[in-house]
Every structure is written in structure tokens, then in C-alpha cells.
Design a protein around this ligand. Structure first.
Ligand SMILES: Cc1cc2nc3c(=O)[nH]c(=O)nc-3n(C[C@H](O)[C@H](O)[C@H](O)COP(=O)(O)OP(=O)(O)OC[C@H]3O[C@@H](n4cnc5c(N)ncnc54)[C@H](O)[C@@H]3O)c2cc1C
Length: 398
């Protein structure tokens, strides 16, 4: 397994995505923000070029690659200053889950669109009263029988009825549907178990309210209320009894992709700071000649590269289908990349002095944005808990 030396195909993909990113750049995101728009043009072009679908199966219009290739795409767009946050959810979580566990009909309906970007799917697990503790989610799916079995429910009028609330769900306004994590009742034990449902955006009872986030990201977050949302039998993805397994298959790619988001942003901030440090002169030499400026930049660079290596290992494990090992590596990669990103952005802002806080240089807004990688989709502390309990075998306090 080579994680350091990339194939010629990888290098070519990296260069091609970087070139697309450079054509749009940070200025594109800044303009989209000013106009209250999403990054549609970049999304559509990246879709046409096959970059959004690199990880999805070829028979459904994808590139036949894996999360390694998809993370490379997000990293390079981020390094150019124009990350596409919805890559984390639409192809990486939803695409992976549908490709692995969806019915043939669900694959035919969703994968070609997710691959070329003409369809977008967001992902909703977080709830107001169950943030870090996803075992506590209460969005419930009840089967309302129409006089016949579940498998033929669509024809007979049987349907799922969903009720609950979600919060911080990204991109619901521009998504054709949201993959909602709900719970169904186990017929034997009466206990609630997770299950995944495709909820089209305009389904009656599916209400969204935009959250007033203080974030310089073109993608918006929403609070959702599901009020007697009625769905046909085939809205359920995969097996009602294997929801947890299916969920994990999507959450490992999510963590790898968040690491890619963080590595890309960190590279973007460091490139800007290094360029500035080489030019800016207030004494005899450029400020970049002072070790107080260059050492923090060197440390940040080393930490970003180290995190990237862990991200690449996690991506390889995901693509090899080793979900258990991928889970541990993806969590560690997300932690390392989130921390490296926060530090790199902080260092970059400081390198620019007063200009670090001007809109013209565009780094100050990354201070908030970099924290996303520390908080979502699973916080720094929950990863430390995971490693403490699962890897180190230490006892649990909660
Ligand atoms: C920009 C953005 C986009 C998002 N997009 C999505 C999305 O598309 N879909 C989706 O489902 N969710 C999304 N989220 C939600 C995100 O996954 C949650 O914010 C995250 O899981 C943390 O949950 P919380 O915000 O409720 O924090 P809380 O769970 O309330 O935690 C608050 C603090 O307490 C700490 N904490 C909690 N429990 C423990 C413990 N046992 N030990 C130590 N510390 C603890 C946490 O680490 C954190 O620092 C998004 C969030 C953001 C900020």
C-alpha cells in the first residue's frame, strides 16, 4: 500500500482539479457569499468534469475510484480557496451508502445524478437534544400498514410516517432530498434502531428554517422539523435491520472528507501566508526571514502533511472495505486534520499582522470556518473519547 507516492493518474487528477480550483479561487466564494448564493457554477463544472463522482461506481456514471480520489478532489479545491462542503455529504456519505446498500431502483434513481452533480443529497443525523450523542436521536419512523406487507407497501398504500427534528443540516435548500437518520421499532424487543430514509425536499411536513451561522461558507445550515412526513416503502435505504452497519459505512468517508476539507483549507491559508512573508519587509529582510515567523509556518506545514498522511491511510482502508480499521484511522485523521487546520489558519492570520484581519486578504473569515473541522461531524473530544475507549481500552466516564 503506497500512501506517499501517488500514481500518475492521481497526480494528473490532482493537477486538473487544482487548475479548476485556481480558475474559481477564493474570490468566487467571496462573491457567492456577498450575493447569498451557493457555489452552483463550480459544482456544475466539477460535476461535468467527473470530479464529484470519482468515487461512485462506473456502471452508474461514476469514475469507479474511491474515497481516496474524492478526498483528493476536495483537498485540491480547498487548497485553491473554494472547497465544496457538500462533497462530504452528497457523494461521500449518501452516494457510498446508496451504492453499497441501496436497492437497484435507488441506485438507478440517485447515483448517476449524484455522480454528475445534477442531483444533490444532504444528510441529517444531528438533533437539538442529541448532538454528540447520536444514540439519543428521537426522530421516529412508524410503519402505517395499508392492508398488506411492507415489501409491497407502495402499491397497497402502506407508508412510513416520520416525526422529529434535526439541526445544523447542511445544504438542504439546494438538495433534491435529505438522507434522514431515523429510528424504527424492533418488532421483537420494542427497542428503537436506526434506519435511513430518503426524504425529497418538497415532501409535505418536511419543514426547514435557515440557521443564522456566522460562517464564511457558501453552503447554508438548516433546522428541520419532520411533522407526519409520509413516505413510500421504497424511501427506506437498504435493510431496516442493518441501519447501524449502513450508517457506519457512510460515516467513515464523512470523516475522511472532513479531514480533506481541513487539509485543503490549511494549505490555502499557509500558501497565502508564505507568499506574504516572502514579500513583506519592515526591517532589512522580508518578515519571513525571522524565525519567529518561519518556524510556526514550518510547524504548521509539518502538522498538515502528517494529518494528510493519516487521511490517505484512512481513505485507503475505506476503499479496501476494511470498515473497522477505517473507522479508527478516519477518526484519527479527522482529529489531526482539524487541529492542524485550526493552527495553520491561526498562524497564517498572525503572519499577516493587521492584514490578517482585512477582508482584502480573506484570512480572518477562515478562523471561524476552520473550527468547523474541529466540531463537525464529530467533535475533537468525542474522537479522543473514541480513541481512549476503543483503541486504548480505557474505561468510560459517561
Ligand atoms: C457548519 C456545520 C455543518 C454541519 N452539517 C451537518 C450536516 O450536514 N448533517 C448533520 O447531521 N450534522 C451537521 N452538523 C452538526 C455537527 O455534526 C454537530 O455540531 C456535532 O456533532 C456536535 O454536536 P453539537 O453541536 O450538538 O455539540 P454538543 O454535543 O452539544 O457538544 C458541545 C461540546 O461538548 C463536548 N462534549 C459533548 N459530549 C462530551 C463528552 N462525552 N466528553 C467530552 N466532551 C463532550 C463536545 O466535544 C463539544 O465541544 C454540522 C455542524 C456544523 C457546525
Amino acid at each position: 500500500m503506497s500512501v506517499v507516492i501517488e500514481t500518475e493518474e492521481h497526480k494528473a487528477l490532482r493537477e486538473a482539479v487544482a487548475a479548476l480550483g485556481r480558475r474559481y479561487g477564493r474570490a468566487y466564494v467571496t462573491k457567492a457569499l456577498e450575493e447569498g448564493k451557493g457555489p452552483e457554477e463550480l459544482w456544475n463544472e466539477a460535476g461535468k468534469l467527473g470530479y464529484l463522482g470519482v468515487s461512485l461506481p462506473e456502471e452508474y456514471g461514476g469514475g469507479g475510484g474511491g474515497i481516496y480520489e474524492l478526498s483528493l478532489v476536495l483537498e485540491e479545491l480547498g487548497a485553491a480557496g473554494c472547497p465544496l462542503l457538500l462533497l462530504v455529504v452528497s457523494p461521500a456519505i449518501c452516494g457510498t451508502i446508496i451504492a453499497r446498500f441501496g436497492t437497484d431502483e435507488q441506485k438507478r434513481e440517485w447515483l448517476p445524478g449524484l455522480a454528475d452533480g445534477s442531483k444533490i443529497m444532504s444528510f441529517g443525523i444531528t438533533e437539538p437534544d442529541a448532538g454528540s450523542n447520536s444514540h439519543r436521536i428521537t426522530t421516529t419512523a412508524r410503519w402505517e400498514a395499508g392492508g398488506t406487507s411492507r415489501s409491497s407497501g407502495a402499491e397497497s398504500g402502506g407508508q412510513w410516517v416520520l416525526n422529529g427534528r434535526k439541526v445544523f443540516i447542511s445544504g438542504v435548500d439546494i438538495s433534491d432530498a435529505t438522507l434522514i437518520v431515523g429510528r424504527t421499532e424492533d418488532a421483537r424487543t420494542g427497542r428503537l434502531k436506526p434506519a435511513l430514509f430518503i426524504v425529497p425536499r418538497d415532501t409535505p411536513g418536511f419543514h426547514r428554517t435557515m440557521l443564522d451561522m456566522d460562517l464564511a461558507a457558501a453552503e447554508k445550515q438548516f433546522e428541520l422539523v419532520l411533522e407526519d412526513v409520509r413516505l413510500p416503502a421504497d424511501a427506506l435505504v437498504g435493510d431496516e435491520d442493518a441501519g447501524l452497519l449502513q450508517l457506519f459505512a457512510g460515516l467513515n468517508p464523512e470523516r475522511v472528507m472532513t479531514a480533506a476539507f481541513a487539509v485543503g483549507m490549511a494549505r490555502h491559508a499557509l500558501t497565502a501566508a508564505i507568499g506574504y512573508a516572502k514579500e513583506r519587509q519592515v526591517w532589512k529582510t522580508p518578515i519571513g526571514a525571522h524565525q519567529a515567523i518561519q518556524h510556526p509556518l514550518a510547524v504548521a506545514h509539518i502538522e498538515v502533511e502528517t494529518a494528510k498522511l493519516m487521511m490517505q491511510k484512512a481513505a485507503h482502508l475505506c476503499d479496501a472495505g476494511d470498515d473497522l480499521a477505517a473507522g479508527e484511522a478516519a477518526n484519527m485523521a479527522k482529529y489531526a486534520a482539524g487541529e492542524a487546520c485550526v493552527k495553520a489558519v491561526d498562524t497564517a492570520v498572525h503572519t499577516l499582522g493587521g492584514n490578517g484581519l482585512t477582508k482584502e486578504f480573506g484570512l480572518a473569515s477562515l478562523v471561524n470556518a476552520s473550527r468547523v473541522a474541529r466540531i463537525a461531524p464529530v467533535s475533537r473530544e468525542m474522537i479522543l473519547n473514541f480513541v481512549s475507549h476503543q483503541t486504548l481500552g480505557l474505561p468510560k466516564s459517561y
